[in-house]
Design a binder for this molecule. Sequence first.
Ligand code: ADP
Ligand code: MG
Length: 258
Amino acid sequence: MEVIGISGLRFSYGEGFSVRADSLSVGEGEVLTLLGPNGSGKTTVLKCINALLKTSTGRISICGRDISSYTRSTLSKVVGYVPQSHTPTFPFTVFDVVLMGRVSHLGLFQQPSRSDRLKAEEALKTVGISRLGDRIYTKISGGERQLVLIARAIAQEPKLLLLDEPTAHLDFKNQITTLSTIKRLSKEKGLAVMMSLHDPNHALLYSDLIALMRNGEILICGPPEDVVNDKTIEEIYNLPVDVVDHAGRQFILPRVEN
Ligand SMILES: Nc1ncnc2c1ncn2[C@@H]1O[C@H](COP(=O)(O)OP(=O)(O)O)[C@@H](O)[C@H]1O
Ligand SMILES: [Mg+2]
């Protein structure tokens, strides 16, 4: 079943940059990756879907309802958003930051229940950071914070998870464990995921669909093997690459000429 559908979307920052997405659809248990150079419009698309930016034309439908029919609080029950960067303000514990993921499910003045606390604990465990629970959020590393925000979004139990460069601050291993966790959760919970990534190989390994972006446009969207190859990657990044077969899979390597 479709969780997010986009048609004829247009957004423009005034006179400057504009984004167009004619048709995108992500169903339950599917992972769609936006892949494209810096400044190609990935964050802008994700912000439009989370209603942080208001589109001028087009339609965004989430769980069968037009985005304009949601309030901020009803939207946050179904859409989890992990931004590209996050500046911490108050010195909450990591556990409390993750527990905040439950806020959209609470009534006004209602305190988190035991079940909410269990869901926060479970989310920390899923992301592999239970040991950080008592640490102060403002005093952990950027990569650890990234994992905390992913745990918070998981605790929220959304239908659609938007992740903007979820691997940006993560080490070599955490990039892989985080992406495989996202993919596993998507399959287990029927979660629709839309994320932006920089590494074509990560996109190949962890996506059901890839949308290639350049200059605010989605050039092509489809299954990884139809979208990512030496020609398309060379074209969008303007960089020569080689395709290498390894263990029955294709990988993209930059061509090293010196
Ligand atoms: N608030 C803003 N006002 C005007 N232009 C913006 C704003 N935010 C981003 N842009 C421009 O929109 C373009 C796309 O940005 P973005 O969506 O962040 O790209 P990406 O996430 O792919 O790197 C960039 O050229 C950027 O300068
Ligand atoms: Mg971005």
